[in-house]
Write a protein that binds this ligand. Structure first.
Ligand SMILES: [Zn+2]
Length: 281
């Protein structure tokens, strides 16, 4: 900005050296712009959070999560008793619906129906994804259930992301391992994507959940956006009901995950444009 002011001032001096008045006016308008910019960027950089309740679908008890604000997304496990019911009910209330696709974990834990495993070939991965998706027909995005083994592998992620591209679904990396390549592969395939920043309820103690929620708010304030994943435990729902009602006190907004992936994509495009400008200097 400073370089631009100096450059423009120099040009102006060369064009009309006698006109001091013009130069002064030019500096005044730039000063006004410089003073206004922080206010504009503060507005653009408002802190937003998105919350996803995943692991939905195994029991009727999970339906308690419907009491949460409709900006909270539900990620529903495939091929369970309540998959289609929850999908339709959430879509009816204009809530974001996601497919919570089970992926093989390092722990070897049981994955439930509709899981993708490392021994599958691309055709099997695609068939599994298609069957899973048909049981959660309102899904507009996907995140992984477990997956600490599978999400480290480029090959199955590549097949998964090309499927998501065709179906125009976004992807949220649950980040069950820090070695996950899922988000990178998603972006390389043009899939709108983001990652989980905070798990709310590894521990169901309200004090521990509050530690995680405060972390979420700090990350949102620092980076503009942050994503939280929680589960349909009664304790988590009770905690979120209270915490989300007080968000405005922290000057933070709850937005749907679909909106957050779009905002982050715009920010990425913006920052790559800025990088280009910097490199041109
Ligand atoms: Zn899960």
């Amino acid at each position: 900005m400073l370089a631009l002011v100096i450059l423009t001032a120099q040009i102006c001096i060369e064009i009309d050296q006698k006109s001091e008045l013009k130069i002064k006016a030019l500096f005044l308008s730039f000063a006004a712009l410089v003073l206004t910019l922080p206010m504009l960027s503060a507005k653009i950089a408002a802190a937003d959070i998105a919350v996803i309740i995943d692991d939905m679908g195994n029991t009727h008890r999970d339906s308690q999560a419907f009491s949460l604000p409709t900006e909270v997304a539900f990620s529903i496990l495939p091929l369970t008793r309540f998959s289609a019911k929850f999908s339709q009910r959430a879509a009816n209330e204009k809530r974001d619906v996601m497919l919570h696709i089970p992926m093989e974990a390092l722990s070897g834990k049981a994955l439930g129906p509709g899981a993708i495993t490392v021994d599958m070939n691309p055709q099997q991965i695609r068939q599994t994804l298609a069957a899973a998706l048909s049981s959660v027909p309102d899904a507009i995005g996907v995140n992984n259930h477990m997956g600490s083994k599978l999400t480290q592998l480029t090959f199955p992620m590549q097949t998964t992301m090309s499927f998501l591209t065709e179906r125009q679904l976004f992807f949220v990396d649950s980040r069950t391992t820090r070695f996950s390549v899922a988000e990178n592969v998603a972006q390389a395939n043009g899939v709108l994507s983001t990652k989980r920043n905070v798990f709310l309820d590894h521990e169901l103690d309200p004090v521990q959940m509050d530690v995680q929620f405060q972390r979420l708010l700090s990350l949102a304030k620092k980076y503009g956006t942050a994503v939280c994943i929680a589960h349909p435990h009664p304790e988590s729902i009770a905690y979120l009901t209270t915490a989300l009602a007080k968000l405005s006190e922290h000057n933070v907004s709850l937005i749907p995950i679909s909106e957050m992936v779009r905002l982050q994509e715009l920010a990425r495009i913006g920052s790559s444009d800025n990088n280009n400008l910097i490199s041109l200097d």
